[in-house]
Write a protein that binds this ligand. Structure first.
Ligand SMILES: [Zn+2]
Length: 545
């Protein structure tokens, strides 16, 4: 029996609730707005649950649902976190609706996998299957091992190759490689009986990156030829004209600095720990110039380990490069003997306990900081908002009379990169995503100027496709609230696998549902009782614990 219009709210998939000890709280309110459309016929719907925020970027999460006339089949593309601007709260996460069958992770950055990783880390339910490239999932596995003591929790994490396809009910998802700062980033071509959608995740065009695969131009072209109702494209860097500078330019600039400074024997190189492409550039230079790399910082160790497990072994790619951990015997010997080296370390964003801040406070035995013999090559950009935390390090360098140079290129596509994605995939409609309203506005205008049909959407706007070859229509809005979390203090867990250990890990955060992804409107949020386990209704893990 076909459901009547009035009963749709009940048969709809989007009726999740967060259940805590005080009862249930409804998160999404269903407000259909689809006059003139047969609401009992199959359709595909996309809604951004996070990432198209009013004020800033982060917390990326797309929900795609295919309604076959009777049942809904939903997947997520990414479930990331966003750093909270609310004092006392560490992070924001999207609230995941019930009934989602799988999450597809575009790449291993926390604003794309952070929510999934966090929920898994704390024993909270996530959709029963998680797919992504080997690198994306190894980043998650290593985090799970660090925090939870178990790298293989339920649900299972499924490695996926580019161009491989996975079927989730009536939804077929195919990976396509894109270039980004962390290797093995993948866009997803999502095909349902009524729509073909492409989510790029974070991307730039640069096809000369040292670690392959890079942007799969043929694959993107093929997607365009097969048909694309909508392209969902990264907007983070759309305000910068031209193409994003290739990674090879960074290599050339570092080489020029090294050659111009023969008196320097200590090149301090703060780097983002996920910039494995940048590390490959350094490995190439290490091989070419016969200068060893000493790396320092746990997150770099983790990232190199994730890369190695994902068949990205810098030592194999550049056999002449010498790469060693500062904690290793060889690393310590190099440092003691004062051998000319690259000292690659963490802490580009002013993190207090990371290598760079410790070195600048004089707390690292591994650096000499000599006016004549040290040069700092800062291989990252300071993320807006972190300036105040970073400035003391630079002030210290100026005070000590140590020179520093900033050399960087972004992992995100600039205006020309983005136009190229549109040109190659030829979507009927392009949705700018991953950005604040200002980014999305700007991205829309540059694509429109280039003759592309663009549709703007913010978090919670629902867009539907009734059939292939059609343009989407607006189907109303849902409230995309966020989950804010607050760390309740560090707790030492002797055995994280024990029942008590797991219970403690689940409860070291307090969660609060906030009305908006943006800071100023959060006061009306509902505070959940502290230290109570929360369960997302309908998303209890169903496999082995
Ligand atoms: Zn990213």
């Amino acid at each position: 029996m076909r459901p009547a219009h009035g009963s749709l709210a009940k048969s709809e998939y989007l009726l999740p609730a967060i259940i805590c000890d005080t009862g249930s709280v409804s998160i999404f309110r269903h407000k259909p707005d689809v006059k003139g459309h047969d609401m009992t016929a199959p359709y595909t719907e996309w809604v951004s649950l996070g990432g198209n925020n009013e004020d800033d970027i982060g917390g990326n999460c797309h929900l795609v649902t295919y309604f076959d006339g009777k049942h809904a089949h939903s997947i997520l593309v990414d479930a990331g976190n966003k750093f909270s601007k609310v004092p006392g709260y560490d992070q924001f996460f999207p609230i995941l609706p019930k009934g989602v069958k799988a999450t597809f992770c575009t790449h291993g950055h926390l604003d794309h996998i952070g929510a999934t990783a966090h929920l898994l880390n704390h024993g909270l339910p996530v959709p029963p299957a998680v797919y992504g490239s080997s690198m994306s999932l190894n980043v998650m596995r290593i985090q799970l091992g660090r925090v939870y003591g178990n790298e293989n929790p339920w649900p299972h994490l499924h490695d996926m190759e580019p161009r491989e396809a996975v079927n989730v009910g009536h939804i077929r998802v195919e990976g396509v490689s894109v270039s980004h700062s962390i290797p093995q980033a993948m866009g997803f071509y999502v095909v349902t009986p009524t729509a073909r959608l492409l989510f790029t995740g974070d991307c730039k065009w640069d096809t000369q990156l040292p670690i392959k695969p890079v942007t799969d131009v043929n694959g993107l072209q093929r997607i365009g030829d097969r048909g694309l109702e909508a392209l969902f494209l990264d907007s983070t860097r759309c305000q910068v004209p031209g193409f994003t500078r290739p990674e090879q330019d960074v290599r050339d600039e570092i080489r020029a600095q090294v050659l111009a400074n023969p008196q320097v024997d200590e090149f301090i190189m703060p780097v983002m720990s996920t910039s494995v492409q940048r590390m490959a550039v350094l490995a190439e230079l290490s091989q070419e110039m016969n200068i060893p790399i000493i790396y320092e910082g746990r997150s770099i160790e983790d990232m190199l380990e994730a890369a190695k497990r994902s068949k990205i072994d810098l030592k194999k790619m550049y056999p002449g490069a010498r790469i060693m951990n500062a904690r290793s015997f060889q690393g310590q010997e190099m440092i003691k003997q004062g051998i000319r080296h690259f000292h690659m370390g963490t802490g580009t964003q002013g993190e207090e306990n990371a290598f760079f801040a410790r070195a600048m406070r004089g707390e690292s035995q591994n650096v000499r900081l000599n006016q004549a013999k040290t040069l700092v090559l800062f291989l990252a950009s300071v993320i807006p908002g972190n300036e105040a935390a970073c400035e003391p390090q630079f002030a210290k360098l100026r005070e000590m009379g140590i020179r520093y140079v900033l050399i960087h290129t972004s992992g995100h596509g600039s205006a020309e990169d983005l136009l190229k994605y549109g040109e190659v995939t030829k979507p009927r409609v392009l949705f700018p995503v991953h950005g604040s309203r200002a980014h999305i506005d700007h991205h829309a205008s540059i694509q429109q100027e280039a003759g592309r049909k663009v549709q703007m959407a913010m978090n919670g706007d629902r867009w539907r496709w009734d059939g292939k070859g059609q343009t989407p229509y607006y189907a109303g809005h849902i409230d995309t609230k966020a989950l804010a979390c607050k760390e309740m203090g560090q707790k030492w867990v002797t055995n994280p696998k024990s029942k008590t250990g797991q219970e403690v890990l689940r409860n070291i955060y307090e969660y609060k549902i906030v009305d908006s992804w943006d800071a100023p409107k959060t006061e009306s949020g509902i505070v959940l009782p502290a230290k109570k386990k929360i369960v997302l209704a309908g998303m209890e893990p169903v496999g082995p614990k």
